[in-house]
Design a binder for this molecule. Structure first.
Ligand code: ADP
Ligand code: MG
Length: 362
């Protein structure tokens, strides 16, 4: 984390809602997100907190009933001449965005089958993507297909190239999807729960693969998961999302070892531990996330927060800085707030994690 980090994504005040028969769902309520070249940024939070909707804005993927109410997404890249450029992705035309994505941004989704065409061989799908994004043709194209499949750990490549998606296992398919994502030499790879649909042992291998590729190619990765154990393994930075907002952000160490938002305390406490007894959780967060059809007053987590102050129900907390890289939006960090510490059990658990480098369960 030195001064030479250069930013690739700077998202500010992103607000997205959905028109539904029941009213307006306020899915993303003012998200700020920074991603730096070559680093892995995780977004964690319960299902429905707005993680997917947030990152899909970078790709310009929206459903018909989706309304972008506000926000900028500055993306910094080098053009063909190597000159650094910054553009607001929200202001590009569809064509400009498609072009930019084609050479700089790729995304891997949860379910590999939805990203592959069942009627085309693996080679054809890889080749189509390469033809779109590069000048490679003929033998060079074939060679690049082989190289990409090799990079994602696929063996018996010539046979695999002739296969159709249904002839491959789930893990293998996700490797192919990652290979296609890498075919445009992206600077940014967005992985939205890339292992959730896979079984546990395969999950670990795909994660290792993403990490390996990230390090080898030096690309930036946005990694979405609801699995904190995974985050501890892969992330440089962690953003904790709740009810359409980032409530805490910092380096993985800061968020895991020095969490400040009671929601983060809850998440960390509810993370299963392998060291103790297999299924042991200290705690589960009581209650449910708020109904996003309603306007939220104050801190959205207040009704579930055992440490809530009166002000939490009235006024939204600003982001209080903890360090240069760490902040949390909780009134507990206001200098006027009473001194509240994280629950003793969580404190002990973090101390143990630090000492033993505890492996958390995937
Ligand atoms: P996460 O990825 O964190 O699980 P999402 O970003 O998918 O959550 O969804 C955030 C919120 O937006 C959820 O409340 C979800 O129900 C809502 N949402 C997403 N897509 C739509 C849609 N097309 N119509 C209505 N609501 C939607
Ligand atoms: Mg999602």
């Amino acid at each position: 984390m030195d001064g030479r980090r250069s930013r690739i994504v700077r998202m500010r005040n992103l607000k997205v809602s959905f028109k539904t028969a029941n009213g307006c769902v306020h899915a993303v309520r003012g998200v700020n997100l920074d991603v730096y070249h070559g680093e892995t940024v995780a977004i964690v939070g319960e299902s429905g907190s707005g993680k997917s909707v947030t990152v899909k804005q970078i790709m310009g993927i929206r459903s018909h009933n989706e309304i972008v109410e506000d926000g900028t997404i500055e993306f910094t890249y080098k053009d063909k001449e190597g000159t650094p450029k910054t553009v607001d992705l929200m202001k590009l035309s569809d064509r400009e965005l498609t072009q930019l994505k084609g050479s700089h941004i790729a995304m891997v989704f949860q379910d590999p089958l939805t990203s592959l065409d069942p009627t085309m061989t693996i080679e054809r799908q890889l080749a189509e993507s390469l033809i779109l994004h590069t000048d490679l043709r003929g033998e060079a194209l074939h060679a690049r297909c082989i190289e990409l499949l090799d990079m994602v750990g696929i063996t018996d490549i010539e046979a695999r190239l002739k296969s159709y998606p249904h002839q491959l296992s789930g893990g293998m398919r996700q490797r192919v999807v990652i290979a296609i994502a890498l075919s445009c030499n992206p600077d940014l790879l967005i992985c939205d729960e890339p292992t959730t649909a896979l079984d546990v042992t395969i999950q670990a291998r795909i994660l290792e693969l993403i990490l390996e590729v990230q390090r080898k190619l030096g690309i930036a990765v946005i990694f979405i998961t609801h699995n904190l154990g995974v985050v501890a393994k892969v992330a440089d930075f962690v953003n904790v999302m709740y009810a359409g907002k980032i409530v805490e952000a910092g380096t993985a160490e800061e968020v895991f070892f020095d969490p400040r938002h009671p929601y983060t305390w809850g998440l960390l406490s509810s993370m299963p531990s392998v060291n103790a007894d297999r299924s042991s959780r200290l705690y589960t967060i009581k209650g449910n996330p708020p109904n996003m059809l309603n306007e939220i007053t104050g801190d959205a987590f207040a009704p579930r927060n055992p440490f809530a102050l009166d002000i939490d129900f009235v006024k939204e907390p600003p982001a209080f800085p903890v360090s240069e890289t760490h902040w949390a939006a909780t009134w507990l960090l206001d200098p006027r707030a009473p001194h509240v510490e994280m629950p003793q059990q969580l404190r002990e658990r973090i101390a143990a994690m630090k000492e033993e480098g505890e492996e958390v369960q995937a």
